[in-house]
Write a protein that binds this ligand. Structure first.
Ligand code: FAD
Ligand code: MLT
Ligand code: ZN
Length: 479
């Protein structure tokens, strides 16, 4: 920590440069560009330079200097999030702090089913570290090759295995966090039980960098699955999918690990745009479920249980037909189809995304109501409502009308479409952001939809932990 407070912004920035050295500062415009635009290209910012600390101590030194000089800090992980949370303002006075050099796996403890990873570890590398000791770290997202565990925790990411293992919050045992003034909370506990006062860990998970910088995390591991069955199932629609989920959970002794809903249009998009993806079933169907069931023991009966349950579902009209992955490469192909839906949707032109959650059983009614509501506003927009229905989480996305019509006219409807969708969500009293967070995109929405008492409590927490407001200002909390 610096003994003497910086005298000005310029002085503080110079001292940060001196602290981090050339390897820890990125200046060249061609190198900073990727840190200054969000993944969807919706926001563009500027920064004096990109600060890249390599240790927790360096993060603490940077924050102490920034706090003293009141310089805003925008933490950034893999920069794959959807709400502009990691992009600085265009004024050029906010310092981007990239965590990518904090990328060590500090400890892997197979016996304790835990590991400690630094914030900048790419999710895929955390999964690999767990696998290296025959354990599973189950968080799984389409962006896992570039998002970082610090970003995953800061957005409380969900992904494709949450139906079984929970969201990022459920997978963390402890955190190391640098506070706004540079002090470090050493909370890297690997304990399963610790009732010693307020649970600070949970404050930082999902805070999108507004309360502290996560520098390392102690994470929960699980036994590696020994038996995995992956099926691609055609279904008549959402109600059938939800009934099928209950049936499969019961029949397999709650072994459903993944349950992802895909309308036909999502499958068509991937076949059209993603090289190597083909229709897993010969003829088109209204909708599909990518379902995976797994157990941590060798279980020769699991396939039979799944087939019997699917047979009963077909007899009952909850499923039409199904195909199973018979090899690792077939399994990977089915996952690739699902995981590349966002990319395929990008190839279809502009899209407007809504990331909503309602109780699982309410999904069919929500889908009916919200589809009718958006059809009133934008009759020719193409609805691509897919996602993690096992968690009640739909990506209720709209693609611009086919044939590339008037893109500007479509995008001009963004607000009206949002109102229509979120009014339906409100009716079910559920979430306007299930897993993608708030960032800068949904701040005003949060103001309208969040309980005002909860919002006031959030502001008090922010004031207590970051009294000078240097941590990711302009994100999450409405003005
Ligand atoms: P960033 O985008 O860099 O940052 C996200 C937020 O966290 C920002 O507010 C940033 O300031 C803050 N932050 C980052 N690191 C830290 C830190 N160390 N300390 C404090 N604050 C920090 N999301 C899902 O939930 N489920 C999905 O299934 C899913 N699928 C996706 C598929 C694709 C193809 C893509 C592109 C994205 C997907 N996402 C999904 C969104 C995104 O990948 C997640 O939100 C991810 O968790 C973001 O991690 P990141 O490292 O990229 O964070
Ligand atoms: C996904 O589940 O594919 C993403 O979270 C949603 C998206 O990219 O729109
Ligand atoms: Zn998702």
């Amino acid at each position: 920590m610096q003994a003497v407070a910086p005298t000005s912004h310029v002085d503080a920035l110079q001292r940060i440069r001196a602290t981090l050295g050339p390897a820890g500062c990125i200046d060249a415009p061609e190198q900073t560009a990727r840190f200054l635009t969000d993944f969807r290209g919706q926001y563009r910012g500027a920064t004096p330079f990109v600060a890249c600390p390599a240790t927790t101590t360096e993060v603490a030194q940077v924050l102490a200097l920034c706090n003293a000089a009141r310089i805003a800090v925008v933490p950034q992980g893999g920069n794959t999030s959807y709400c502009g949370g990691a992009t600085p303002s265009a004024r050029g006075d906010q310092l981007v702090l990239s965590l990518h050099r904090l990328n060590r796996i500090r400890e892997v403890d197979a016996a304790n089913f835990s590991l400690i990873a630094e914030a900048g570890c790419v999710l895929m590398n955390v999964q690999a570290a767990a696998r290296s000791v025959d354990r599973l770290f189950p968080l799984s997202l389409g962006s896992e090759g570039s998002c970082q565990i610090g970003g995953n925790l800061s957005t409380n990411a969900g992904g494709l295995a949450a139906v079984r293992y929970g969201v990022a919050r459920d997978l963390v045992l402890g955190l190391e966090v640098v506070l706004a003034d540079g002090r470090v909370i050493d909370g890297l506990s690997s304990l399963r039980k610790d009732n010693t006062g307020y649970d600070l860990r949970d404050l930082f998970v999902g805070a999108e960098g507004t309360l502290g910088i996560i520098t390392a995390a102690s994470l929960k591991l699980f036994p590696q699955p020994r038996t995995i069955e992956t099926a691609f199932i055609a279904v008549p629609g959402m109600q059938a999918a939800i009934d099928l989920l209950a049936r499969l959970r019961e029949a397999t002794g709650d072994c459903v690990t993944t349950f992802e809903y895909l309308p036909r249009i999502a499958v068509e998009f991937t076949i059209r745009h993603i090289p190597g993806v083909s229709d897993p079933l010969g003829v088109p169907h209204p909708a599909y479920v990518l379902c995976e069931v797994s157990t941590a023991r060798h279980d020769p009966h699991l396939r039979g249980l799944l087939e019997d349950a699917l047979g009963a579902a077909i007899d009952h009209g909850d499923a039409i037909e199904a195909t199973f992955a018979e090899s690792i490469s077939q399994r990977q192909a089915l996952w690739r189809l699902r995981e590349s839906v966002p990319e395929a949707q990008r190839h279809e032109g502009a899209s407007i995304k809504h990331d909503v959650a309602v109780p699982v059983a309410a999904l069919p009614a929500f889908l009916r109501q919200a589809s009718a509501a958006v059809a009133q506003v934008a009759p020719s927009a193409r609805l691509v409502a897919y996602g993690h229905v096992g968690d009640g989480n739909l990506h209720f996305n709209l693609s611009e009308p086919a044939g590339g019509g008037d893109r500007a006219a479509f995008l001009a409807l963004q607000q009206d479409l949002g109102h229509a969708v979120h009014a339906c969500v409100q009716e079910f009293k559920r979430s306007i952001s299930a897993e993608h967070g708030i960032g800068q995109l949904k701040r005003e929405l949060l103001a309208r939809h969040k309980d005002p008492v909860a919002l006031a409590a959030m502001r008090s927490i922010k004031q207590a932990l970051d009294p000078r407001g240097i941590l990711n200002p302009g994100k999450v909390l409405p003005d």
